[in-house]
Write a protein that binds this ligand. Structure first.
Ligand code: GLN
Length: 487
């Protein structure tokens, strides 16, 4: 039985020669096709593979890749109409490294168009559904990646995380989502969204697997200037360290025990209660956990600051999508007209809205008030968190105020919950902090996620803390056992 097995388990089967990489690939694509109509994880499912010799932990292991990573000769759409026929001529560094390791690409996964969004509903090939409940979204933007791991099709997937795009869908899918330190993994060949916030991030079904994949991908790359030198040691070998004496904090205004007491949202209250129960369990492991307070106005500025910075950067980064060099070109009598038609027809309304915002924010007369102020908010919050990190080893929080939303859910977007609790993981992107999400419980048969964020470059520490907490959640290696298929 292949489905739902972790990297570590598959490694053992491969090493014992009980199965071959080719066979694993065949099983993975069988599952991918089987679930495609119902869940829509993939833009492209590959047909064949070539297993090569390598002594990597990932040799012969199937995986999926978000469709905003360049893959030479393989359609790469970023789930946008403007790139619906685009076949890149070069490989992203992560794809190159995975190929070299002998990992087997099963398919390219659906995202929210150009990675902008958090619902998994805006890709040009349709909506991605949550394997735990088809009436619900899996979240985004790495929606298909999350679904492909949560369905047990592949043991790992590579996504991108600019605001929380790996960690949030991981939480809604009951899997692990790890965003390492900014610069730990090369972004060369990842379609840039907001370069000061963009990270390559990883989805797996347990923490050790996330460490294994990070080990293969980490390292300096001359093709991405922000990459940093990494430790020679494997993170996977640095797990299982004692956590006695490690100190964590949570922010009262994000997830304090009583702050949502007057809310009528029962789901929110249950999530916060479960979070505090889990904190008690963590204390038994040896963690010290304390509450800290951050000025609410600063937390309420997180989302607007994120939107200002990310839309401004996205507008500039995506200015190359004109139909001139690449992409789906539309007709026009002049070059300007051609570009206008290409962009008008190529982007959905949501994307255009972000580009209009971005252009407005970058206009000379607005820059000081909007863009630079947003950068100041970013600096203030990062300074604040770094001050806490002088005392504490990590920050802990629930990933969301509840389970995955249903497709027809309407939310009161200006409530505390939506401004702060649903957006706090962007702190990890603002500061470039390593940040991991692990499942920590179920509410109404749907998974909820716990987030741990640590000091810059302390990826090993964050992985280790999550590895210890994973042991008490009873949620390691879970996947949605839906569908009548035995593979
Ligand atoms: N949901 C956020 C947004 O819409 C995050 C996206 C991301 O991390 N790629 O911008």
């Amino acid at each position: 039985m292949y489905r739902g097995k972790s990297i570590t388990e598959l490694r053992e089967l491969l090493d014992k020669k009980e199965i071959t990489g080719e066979e694993l690939f065949e099983k993975a694509i069988t599952l991918a096709h089987f679930f495609q109509d119902d869940y829509n994880s993939f833009v492209t499912i590959l047909e064949q593979t070539k297993v090569k010799e390598s002594d990597s932990m990932l040799n012969g292991i199937p995986y999926s890749l978000k469709d905003n990573f360049s893959t030479r000769g393989i359609l790469t759409t970023s789930s946008s109409n403007i790139l619906k026929d685009y076949v890149p001529v070069y490989d992203a560094t992560v794809y190159k490294k995975l190929k070299k390791a002998g990992a087997l690409l099963v398919g390219k996964t659906v995202l929210d168009e150009l990675a902008m969004g958090g619902t998994g509903t805006t890709g040009h090939t349709g909506v991605v559904k949550n394997p735990w409940d088809k009436e619900r979204m899996i979240g985004g933007s790495s929606a298909g990646s999350a679904a492909s791991v949560a369905l047990g099709i592949v043991p790992f997937s590579i996504g991108s995380d600019t605001g929380d795009s790996v960690r949030k869908p991981a939480a809604f899918g009951g899997i692990v989502g790890f965003k390492p330190t900014y610069g730990r993994i090369s972004r060369y060949g990842l379609f840039a969204f907001a370069s000061s916030l963009d990270h390559v991030a990883i989805m797996t079904r347990n923490v050790k697997d996330a460490a294994i994949v990070t080990d293969v991908l980490k390292g300096k790359d001359p093709l991405d200037m922000v990459t940093i030198e990494s430790e020679k040691e494997n993170y996977a070998d640095m797990l299982d360290q004692e956590v006695k004496g490690k100190k964590l904090f949570y922010i009262k205004e994000v997830c304090g025990k009583n702050i949502y007491q007057t809310s009528e949202d029962a789901m929110l209250k249950e999530t916060i209660q479960k979070f505090h129960e889990t904190l008690e369990e963590c204390k038994k492991l040896g963690f010290t956990i304390e509450e800290v307070s951050v000025e609410k106005a600063l937390l309420e500025a997180l989302y607007p600051a994120y939107m200002c910075i990310s839309c401004a950067e996205a507008t500039s980064n995506n200015a190359n999508l004109t139909g001139v060099q690449f992409g789906t070109r539309k007709e026009g009598n002049t070059v300007e007209e051609m570009m206008l038609h290409t962009r008008t027809e190529g982007f959905s309304e949501l994307i255009k809205r972000r580009f209009v915002l971005g252009s407005y924010i970058l206009q000379k007369e607005n820059q000081e008030k909007l863009f630079l102020n947003a950068c100041r908010v970013r600096r203030m919050i990062v300074d604040q968190i770094n001050t806490f990190f002088q005392t504490y080893d990590g920050m802990i929080a629930p990933c969301s105020g509840g389970v995955a939303p249903s497709f027809d859910s309407t939310s009161e977007k200006l409530s505390d919950r939506y401004l702060i609790l649903e957006n706090h993981m962007v702190i990890g992107n603002f500061g470039g902090f390593p940040s991991i999400t692990i499942p920590y419980g179920m509410i109404q048969n749907l998974p909820i996620g716990l987030n741990i964020t640590g000091r810059v470059k302390e990826d090993a520490q964050v992985l280790n803390m999550a590895y210890q907490i994973e042991k008490i959640t009873g949620m390691k290696n879970i996947y949605a056992k839906v569908g009548d298929i035995d593979v």
